[in-house]
Design a protein around this ligand. Structure first.
Ligand SMILES: [Zn+2]
Length: 172
């Protein structure tokens, strides 16, 4: 069982940059399902509110499903940000998951009890799940940078293939 999620400094810093934007961002943090301490190896940004260039949902789902299929030791945490601007506008309650966020998370937890979500605000990062593991923001671990590049390349490769063979993809 996952006991600790290790968020390396380099990805923590990326999240800190995203949360400074006025728009809200969402994505997936890919972590390796090791025995207890599970390191996050990659941040996959999937959406920026109001940005039409964000990856369409269907393509994103196909992409990530295929990635998990080919890398069964990986799983993901859905993350999104609440920007400083919105916290200023709508109040401190946005330092936490909103009611809408929680409804969404609960419905996902019903389908998958291991589902994990993370909220990033300028002040903190919170993990939410049925058995939410501890979140440890630490130093970079060995091969962290290399894994980042490898996963990025693999996702780009899958994405190109999906575009070419959208009709032919079959997931067992
Ligand atoms: Zn939210």
């Amino acid at each position: 069982m996952v006991k600790r999620i290790i968020l390396p400094e380099r990805i923590s810093e990326k999240l800190d940059l995203l949360v400074r934007l006025d728009q809200e961002c969402s994505g997936i943090l890919l972590y390796r399902k090791t025995k207890e301490d599970c390191p996050i190896d990659y941040m996959f940004l999937t959406g920026i509110s109001g940005n039409k260039k964000a990856i369409p949902e269907r393509e994103r789902e196909n992409l990530i499903k295929k990635f998990y299929f080919e890398n069964p030791d990986y799983s993901g945490i859905d993350f999104h940000t609440h920007s400083a601007l919105n916290i200023q506008k709508y109040g401190k309650k946005l330092e936490d998951f909103s009611k809408g966020d929680l409804t969404d998370i609960e419905s996902k937890l019903k389908r998958d009890e291991n589902y994990l979500a993370m909220l990033v605000t300028p002040k903190r990062k919170i993990l939410y799940g049925k058995k939410a593991p501890d979140l440890v923001t630490g130093e970079n671990y060995p091969f962290s940078e290399m894994l980042d590049k490898t996963i990025g390349m693999h996702l780009a490769y899958i994405r190109n293939n999906i575009k070419e063979n959208l009709e032919e993809i079959y997931y067992p």
